[in-house]
Design a protein around this ligand. Structure first.
Ligand SMILES: [Zn+2]
Length: 332
């Protein structure tokens, strides 16, 4: 139900109004940061358009809603990049289906995740679909980066924006899941940075705060090359999202040092470490911090390609510590 989606009232209001006034677009772009409910909203919209009980919302109980929930409704398709790009064959399959009648629903809904990852041929093919939309079909493109789409595609979509949730909303969600009065609520909400999905993960992953401690310890310490390589090898055990999260944690740390340097104490993520941040701040120039943040971003980029994870982490660590080591007056 639309009510289950947190913090996206504006997007939902638009969609529900369009259902109510039968003015549903042929194509949408849902855009906004990761983990704030874009796919959930697309699925709920698909349910509402096909629900057997409700007109403006999903009931989550009828056979149609259930099939969409379990991703086996014949008229609702979700596609995502295969090997990092959306292939022409995937679009061809959709096209072929568009010539069939509706199986059981009122609207066909095609949801395309990471729509900024169209291969060129696939992009052209989707453009043709947008130019001559198949009847009774709603196309929902989902992307974090609106600019990643061809302008010709963008101009044919109704853009629906999704936003990070306010801190208080995230705190409420976290508070529901933790023992009453837990002292972790605020810091976990800060680390989630407005993303519900991330908040829910951070609650489950009890290690989050422990990992942060280990990381900060490592950053504090002076170490020789051998120790650095050993640490990089340890980090190389992190996989996928966990690794991204780990890099986020390093990035947030330096971001906080930078922000503190500019007097933005109230914007800190690691607000509970303000004294340590203040000490760190004096060790770096603004330029150095910016360079470190670039290095982290670069590492993140390389880790998405096929470069050896261990190699990237070793190089990242050396870079981080190089800034650090150049200052001989530093002690651990
Ligand atoms: Zn239903």
């Amino acid at each position: 139900m639309f009510n289950d989606i947190k913090g996206q009232a504006q997007a939902i209001r638009i969609l529900q109004k369009e259902i109510a006034t039968s003015s549903i677009s042929g194509a949408y772009l849902f855009t906004g940061p990761a983990g704030v409910g874009k796919t959930l909203t697309a699925l709920t919209f698909a349910k509402a358009l096909n629900c057997k009980k409700e007109k403006m919302d999903s009931c989550d109980e009828c056979s149609s809603c259930q099939k969409i929930e379990h991703r086996n409704h014949p008229d609702v398709r979700i596609i995502a990049p295969e090997n990092d790009s959306i292939k022409i064959e995937q679009i061809r399959n959709l096209k072929r289906e568009s010539s069939y009648k509706l199986y059981e629903g009122r609207k066909k809904v095609w949801i395309i995740e990471q729509a900024d990852k169209f291969g060129l041929a696939a992009a052209n093919s989707i453009l043709k679909i947008l130019e001559e939309p198949p009847p009774q079909t709603v196309l929902i493109l989902i992307s974090q980066i609106k600019e990643g789409l061809l302008p010709t595609i963008l101009s044919r979509c109704e853009v629906i924006r999704f936003f990070p949730l306010p801190l208080q909303e995230i705190e409420k969600i976290i508070a529901q899941q933790l023992p009453q009065g837990s002292n972790k609520i605020h810091i976990l909400a800060k680390l989630a940075r407005g993303r519900v999905e991330e908040a829910l993960h951070l609650i489950k992953e009890e290690n989050t705060l422990k990992i942060r401690e280990e990381l900060l310890n490592a950053l504090r310490r002076n170490m020789n090359l051998e120790e650095m390589f050993k640490l990089a090898a340890q980090w190389a055990n992190y996989k996928g999202k966990e690794l991204q999260r780990f890099l986020d944690m390093i990035l947030f740390w330096f971001r906080d040092i930078l922000i503190l340097g500019q007097g933005g104490k109230e914007w800190l993520i690691n607000y509970d470490k303000v004294e340590e941040l203040a000490r760190e701040k004096d060790k770096y120039s603004t330029e150095e911090i910016k360079r470190i943040m670039e290095t982290i971003e670069k590492a993140r980029y390389y880790l998405k390609s096929n470069v050896s994870q261990k190699l990237v982490l070793e190089s990242l660590w050396l870079n981080l510590k190089e800034e650090n080591l150049r200052k001989p007056n530093l002690t651990g």
